[in-house]
Design a binder for this molecule. Sequence first.
Ligand SMILES: O=P(O)(O)OC[C@H]1O[C@](O)(COP(=O)(O)O)[C@@H](O)[C@@H]1O
Ligand SMILES: [Mn+2]
Length: 653
Amino acid sequence: MKTVESEIKYLKLLSKQYPSISKASTEIINLEAILNLPKGTEHFISDIHGEYESFVHVLKNGSGVIKRKIEEVFSSTMRDNEKKALATLIYYPEQKLDLIIKEEENIDDFYRINIYRLIELCKYASSKYTRSKVRKLLPNDFKYIIEELLHENIDGEHKKNYYKSIVETIIQIDRAKEFIIAISKVIQKLVVDRLHIIGDIYDRGPRPDIVMDTLMDYHCVDIQWGNHDILWMGAASGSKACIANALRISARYANLDIIEDIYGINLLPLATFAMEVYKDDPCNCFIPKISDQDVSTKEKSLIAKMHKAISVIQFKLEGEIINRRPEFDMKHRLLLNNINYEDKTINLKGKDYKLKDSNFPTIDKNNPYKFTKEEEIVMDKIVSCFKNSEKLQKHVSFLFSKGSIYLTANSNLLIHGCIPLNKDYDFMSMKLQGSEYRGKALMDKMESLSREGYFFEEKSIQKQYGMDMMWYLWNGKCSSLFGKDDMTTFERYFIGEKETHKENKNPYFKQREDEDMCEKIFKEFNLDSKDAHIINGHVPVESKNGESPIKANGKILAIDGGFSRAYQEKTGIAGYTLIYNSYSLQLVSHDPFTCAEEAIVNESDILSTTEIVEHKAKRKTVRDTDAGKKLEEEVKDLKLLLMAYKKGIIKEI
Ligand SMILES: O=P(O)(O)OC[C@H]1O[C@](O)(COP(=O)(O)O)[C@@H](O)[C@@H]1O
Ligand SMILES: [Mn+2]
């Protein structure tokens, strides 16, 4: 137990911050008050896959939280269409006001009514927080005014005119538009205290960069890396194999323009190389997956050639890693040496399969993993572009600073894929740098190695190992981000027989239905199983086939419902999100989102259904959270300091 005597050194330091009995007492009172406030709302989103429009919309509507607050405040005083209009105004204030200003005959009246409504709503949303926390969320321009308005009692006779005159002046001096925009954004911030991204921001969809910019601008966010994120993190670190994979996926989904235009990576060397090598090859297995007609046949044909060129480069680079890292135990993924280049077949697990495409002009059949001179030049140029892309480096360094492989937050374990298990449901183990790791320790080790891959100096052994680890995390069987035995990319391109495409999911995915298994995992991560949940993304929940995202009696929530348009056919919906407020844990399922323009003009929100997964008998307060535990510690220390002052062990200053 801590006593004044044992903590004297620390208490002396603390006394510098709280130099008197009165200062320490005030802080204790403040902290105790905060501990009794309701817990802030947490918002969980997963598998965004570059679908920035749906993502930004769900972020703006707080998975339905804004609508709920509007309902709670204006339930019987506003019509449904007015509530919808108010919600749209809060989500898209700039764009909606532009439209309204054009159409509205009495704009001042519109401003007046809506400013009052927004203030009411803002008051309600801020009532969970301390004044100081709310102040920090206010924009500089309107800080003082919003604060005044939030803390005024409109019904109080004395202040009624004061309050009214603030609103009238805002309108008169032509600041209403800016004010509405500012207060709408404050409301958006207030309804969600903390955002958790359960991985896979990158790949398949059009604009992961906008998602990243939005996250960097968000008031409080953490990220659990997805396999697609670690791929881009590896690419930004300079791992050639990660770069080749990232480029291959971008070509597959015809997204090469973001690499060029947004990240400023010059793909001309790859295009020139591909056009030369595959001049007369239609590269039919590599035609990009796109539904829209915007891409011309010529363009498609060029992308297909680049797609094939980078895929072959990828297979060669992966062969190099597999050979230099026997501990990755991936020798069975060395496929180029199993090809019979004369017969145009490949031998897999003792069986011969015909290749759909056997034109390999860059492969030396006696040394299939060897780069040609041209491939070397192309890759060197591309690596240098990835490393020097300012925007990509900014995004990736944010992923490192706000991200991790897993996170325990307020008794929940957040992790993109799985906790790798063996067939006997024991934690999978892996030997890394001479030592065996399993469970939590394995994830910690892998995370630390990945950081070395990004941060260690160029050409160091640690950096190379760390970069290889990032590639392993993308597709290795002990990777919690990937959670499958093999990634059958080669087979999916080159072999018709579907049996070869199969990727077996880690036993975790079967076993996660079992509550005892969850107990074991909670114990491993030092969580109290009474209150804990595991939140996963990664594997699309096929709700149209009756699969439920709620598993193990509510202990596990799998929220990859498919923001990714490419996967919506499979899932039948457009994604799940989770809301964890002071009363309950709620699962929200969203219908597909058309586009922001439609949402603004027609005030059409994403249709979403909310299901209460768990209702708390007692409302949760800050005291019940991780932050609360820290505050309680602070209170304890301050009480000791108080005692030290009273006993004269430390003197007031
Ligand atoms: O659907 P695509 O683009 O062909 O990708 C298939 C590949 O994506 C993966 O499912 C990984 O991506 P996810 O993390 O989104 O599941 C691989 O296991 C698989 O080989
Ligand atoms: Mn994933």
